[in-house]
Design a protein around this ligand. Structure first.
Ligand SMILES: [Zn+2]
Length: 677
């Protein structure tokens, strides 16, 4: 083996460690994964040929041998103490008063503030810059030796990045898992049929205590340094904040939100600011740690019992609490989705009293195995609706009972349905279900449906709340209620007249608009047109069997089922008849409206980008008039892509597939050729 090999190994190790530091500590990757892997392979190759030249800080040395026994217990050089807690601002102010009294000063004290990571505290010992030992916190006096596992964490430096390392340095930090890493890990576990973890903290704990470091290496763990526990032969800066900046220069990740505060009032502001950011952070934190920044002052203040006098943790309100489920109700949402809601014995969690928690859907009830009467853990983070996180089976009372999912809509008694592959169970009531009423009415009056201008969302809400309209037929009865309309807020003579005119005008419509307006699930505009073209009359559509429906282009078994369900509910038929009675009408439609003779029939178009002369919907209408099909995504079946300005991925895809592409001018010519403009 030559010097050149040793030099190259040296060079590769330095380079790879630099890349790894940029990626895992600074979150600023310098090279692609592929390039890293390429260099890493070269290193492995050289190391195999020259094992004598392997450096301890080589990335290949992160995953070591499996230790033979369990973890040995080792005493900490300096005990890892816990911190006193403060649960409100007053307790923080009291803390500061005590400090001022002990120091004998009235002057402001400078603090170092940082988020309290919800992970596991560890201690890392470096001798002459090289990591020699890593311990868990344990009971604070002694911890378990998990050096090989800690070495697998990429943000743990194996060698300090300095030419003049302290002879001895003990760094303390928190090992945690990011929320994204946790999700990924659980997803993998689920796919492999394995056990999932409850939260990132448990996942991090389980990962750190694996007996096989190769397993730990696969877990997305992160180390964040938060203090220096002990040092020999090195003059530490007289500031906690500066010490951490120093650690950062030596290769440790420190929390980017860490800051120095010049007074307690700044500390309180910091708490408020971080509380706000908390739900958006990619890691769990359970409070803020405040430390007196000056090390000299820290020494003056010293310790009491098992906690330092110079530090305190302001805890966030707990996000989880235990309570009992009194009952389970079923709510019907705007779209008919049935949501089970647990009624709880009120409990204080994350700063508010919670008496309901969502159970999401039937699958979730099964997954949790929850029963009425059960004691459960309630979780509430940020603005998220509280949810039932876990059932405490060992506390299940004898009189607990199973949750029975309803067999019909609890609001309107319509049938419920569940689409294969969807977790949601819905009420099929549509127009007749008061829970879905507002939503159905808003759809009914929409531009592409009955097009009733002036009947906006807010007015519909108001009219429904006042009991003035319950179903679409009632909208037409408003024509006789001008006085009542005039009495409503913000409704002047002119707006009422306009509204009534547009209601009156909407009576003259087209069959496909009418069908679309009914809001039958998954019957969009295109399907409504297809049904109209195929059956030519409303009667035929109402009477159509599933088989008849399946003969229509675009209608698959699920849509056919939705249509059958809708017209089999007599309340829906009553509404359809009621609308006709009040005068809603449309011109006759010829059966199979010369479909085959239309110029663009059988051709499929996709529209993308911005058009100068029409909206995409308008162009879509025109193309459909000519018999074309217009779909939302480009596939091999697409005949032509119409690309306006700023066309993006659809254009690229169409080019890749060799599909015809037409610009706006070409489309206008095409439309004109067929008498549409
Ligand atoms: Zn219903």
């Amino acid at each position: 083996m030559s010097d050149t090999t040793a030099n190259r190994i040296n060079q590769l190790v330095r380079q790879l460690n630099e890349y790894s530091y940029a990626y895992h500590v600074k979150d600023e990757p310098l090279v692609s994964d592929a390039e890293y892997d390429h260099l890493y392979q070269e290193l492995i190759h050289l190391e195999q040929a020259a094992p004598n030249f392997i450096l301890p800080e080589s990335p290949s040395q992160r995953v070591g041998e499996k230790p033979s026994g369990g973890f040995e217990t080792v005493a900490h050089t300096v005990p890892m103490l816990s911190l006193d807690n403060a649960f409100d601002n007053q307790q923080l102010l009291d803390f500061e008063q005590r400090l001022k009294k002990l120091i004998g000063t009235e002057e402001e004290i400078t603090y170092c503030c940082e988020p309290k990571l919800d992970g596991l505290a560890v201690s890392l010992r470096y001798e002459n810059g090289l990591l020699v030992q890593g311990l868990t916190r344990g009971d604070g006096v002694a911890g378990e030796n998990i050096t090989s596992n800690l070495k697998t964490i990429r943000s743990v430096p194996i060698r300090l990045n300095t030419e003049t390392p302290p002879p001895v340095l003990e760094v303390r930090g928190e090992v945690y898992m990011t929320k994204a890493g946790f999700e990924r890990l659980n997803q993998q576990a689920e796919e492999a049929g394995g056990k999932t973890f409850v939260n990132p903290r448990n996942a991090a704990a389980g990962s750190l205590r694996q007996l096989d470091p190769a397993l730990t290496a696969k877990r997305p763990l992160v180390l964040c340094a938060y203090s220096i526990g002990y040092t020999e032969g090195w003059q530490q800066p007289d500031s906690h904040y500066d010490s951490l900046i120093n650690m950062s220069e030596w290769g440790f990740r420190i929390n980017p939100l860490m800051t120095r505060a010049e007074s307690m009032s700044d500390c309180l502001d910091y708490y408020a600011r971080i509380s706000q950011q908390r739900p958006k952070l990619d890691y769990d934190i359970d409070g803020i740690v405040y430390k007196v920044d000056s090390l000299t002052l820290q020494q003056t203040l010293g310790f009491i019992a098992r906690a330092p006098r110079w530090a305190i943790a302001r805890k966030f309100p707990a996000e989880e609490a235990i309570t009992q489920i009194i009952d389970v109700d079923f709510q019907v949402g705007r779209t008919g989705a049935i949501t089970p809601v647990a009624r709880l014995e009120p409990v204080f969690v994350a700063g508010v009293t919670v008496s309901n928690a969502t159970l999401h859907n039937r699958d979730e009830i099964d997954r949790l195995g929850v029963q009425i009467g059960d004691f459960v853990a309630i979780h509430r983070a940020g603005d998220v609706i509280p949810k039932v996180a876990k059932v405490l089976l060992d506390k299940r009372p004898e009189q607990s009972r199973e949750v029975h999912f309803p067999t019909e809509c609890p609001v309107c008694s319509s049938e419920l349905e569940q689409i294969t592959g969807e977790a949601v169970i819905r009420c099929t009531g549509g127009l007749i279900c008061s829970a879905q009423r507002k939503q159905s009415l808003k759809h009914f009056v929409a531009r592409k449906a009955m097009d009733i201008e002036g009947l906006g969302d807010k007015l519909i809400d108001q009219l429904v709340d006042l009991g003035l309209i319950n179903n679409p037929v009632d909208i037409y009865r408003l024509i006789d209620k001008k006085d009542i309309l005039l009495s409503l807020e913000r409704m002047g003579e002119k707006s009422v007249d306009n509204l009534l005119t547009s209601i009156e005008n909407s009576k003259t419509t087209e069959l496909h608009r009418f069908i679309y307006a009914l809001g039958i699930r998954e019957v969009g505009e295109a399907t409504a047109r297809a049904l109209t073209g195929h059956f030519a009359s409303l009667d035929n559509i109402i009477k159509a069997t599933s088989d008849d429906l399946l003969n229509v282009d675009d209608v698959g078994p699920i849509v056919a089922q939705h249509i059958r369900r809708f017209f089999s509910q007599s309340a829906n038929v009553d509404i359809v008849e009621g609308l006709i009675e009040v005068g809603v009408h449309w011109p006759d439609v010829e059966k199979n409206q010369t479909v085959t003779e239309q110029p663009l029939s059988g051709l499929s178009y996709v529209i993308t980008g911005t058009l100068a002369n029409f909206s995409r919907d308008e162009l879509k209408d025109k193309l459909i008039q000519l018999g074309a099909k217009v779909s939302g995504s480009v596939s091999a079946k697409t005949h032509c892509l119409i690309a306006g300005e700023k066309a993006g991925s659809k254009l690229t895809k169409a080019q890749d597939l060799g599909i015809d592409i037409m610009d706006e001018t070409a489309v206008i010519t095409l439309l004109e050729q067929h008498g549409v403009s």
